[in-house]
Design a protein around this ligand. Sequence first.
Ligand SMILES: Cc1cc2nc3c(=O)[nH]c(=O)nc-3n(C[C@H](O)[C@H](O)[C@H](O)COP(=O)(O)OP(=O)(O)OC[C@H]3O[C@@H](n4cnc5c(N)ncnc54)[C@H](O)[C@@H]3O)c2cc1C
Length: 381
Amino acid sequence: MELTTEQKDIVSAAREFAEKEFRDRAKEFDEKEEFDLSIVRRAAENGFVGVFIKEEYGGAGLGFLEHSLITEQMWRVDPGCGQNICSASFGAEMIQAFGTEGQKQFYLPKIISGEVIIGTAITEPDAGSDVTLVKTRAEKRGDRYVINGSKMFITNGCTAKYLLVYAVTDPDVKDVHKRCSIVLLDTATAGFAATRIHGKMGIRASNTAEIAFSDVEVPAENLIGQEGRGFYQLMDFFNMTRNHVAAQGVGVAQGALEMAISHVKKRKAFGGTLSKLQGVQFKIAEMATRIEAARALYWRAAYLLDNGRLDPALVSMAKWFAGETAVYVANESLQLHGGYGYIAEYDIQRFYRDAKIIEIYEGSKEVEKAVIASELLRRIY
Ligand SMILES: Cc1cc2nc3c(=O)[nH]c(=O)nc-3n(C[C@H](O)[C@H](O)[C@H](O)COP(=O)(O)OP(=O)(O)OC[C@H]3O[C@@H](n4cnc5c(N)ncnc54)[C@H](O)[C@@H]3O)c2cc1C
């Protein structure tokens, strides 16, 4: 598979943007656990936010492959900063797939232009991998939903203007898969509170928050999709977004590999540079091969998705394998940096911390394997 000229241009432009806008500031953002959101707005102005959104809603009308290619380049330069840009539209997939025409016309152009950041709130203190355990309630009262409950680990929780909230709308339905719906909330609404979570191991420039809802009133027309179909919409949403997380993993790994190569070519030992040692060369070869395999997986998964031939098993393979690759490559790269890799001055220690998230969020690696197995076991060969 070969990228088109347009796709190659997108890759170069995204790389150039990331180098110029945040390469030199990434260390400081990580240390201070903050980000300069004007960079997200500039990314949007340059067309890097929500490229999968259709032209009739102001988007570029490109695919999830292009969205993932941009993500890989942003994460390659810095994962925490890349996360700010690439998650600014996290939830637009859901609005585009399930929203009404009016919702799409109203929200999507604002996301693409960088006017607003959005997020998606699913996880709760007692419900993560098993989303059927969520307790946050969106109770229908006349022409509104009243939301009560809490959410945990929500990306952009303090910075998002709108959040898509996954909540129980009918607790009495026997089938747990039919109890929930997705409701879009303006975070300026009374009763909404977001508290930033400090002390994350990695992607510290990204905002992660704990959310509390206390009688938050949302117009009933803010339901996204159908009432009671939230679980199924969520699974479709993950099939669009997990590939994107796979691209994040490939980006961290590629960045870490480049640091390793640069370091071993300079570092002197045993009468030459580290790069002359065959044991070191084997490490470089193995890192690069795993990255190529992970990239091929996400390219193909995204290509099929963009061409109406979604393969959920392939999406989960890409997400799981890219996560494992990110952790493996960051670890090996740090190893090749020796003691220097262990101190804050060197970027590899940050990438090492950043890589781990890929194996946890939007489906832990074990959940991905469960998806792969269930898909394969129900196929007839
Ligand atoms: C930085 C960050 C950002 C996040 N952003 C968001 C966000 O924007 N929105 C949102 O809703 N959530 C978000 N999350 C939450 C994230 O998606 C969850 O943490 C993740 O889904 C795992 O859920 P959990 O933490 O409750 O772990 P649990 O569900 O308690 O699982 C713990 C571990 O148990 C194992 N496990 C779980 N299920 C299985 C299984 N079926 N088979 C085998 N092993 C299993 C896995 O090793 C897993 O890691 C974020 C988390 C972090 C850390």
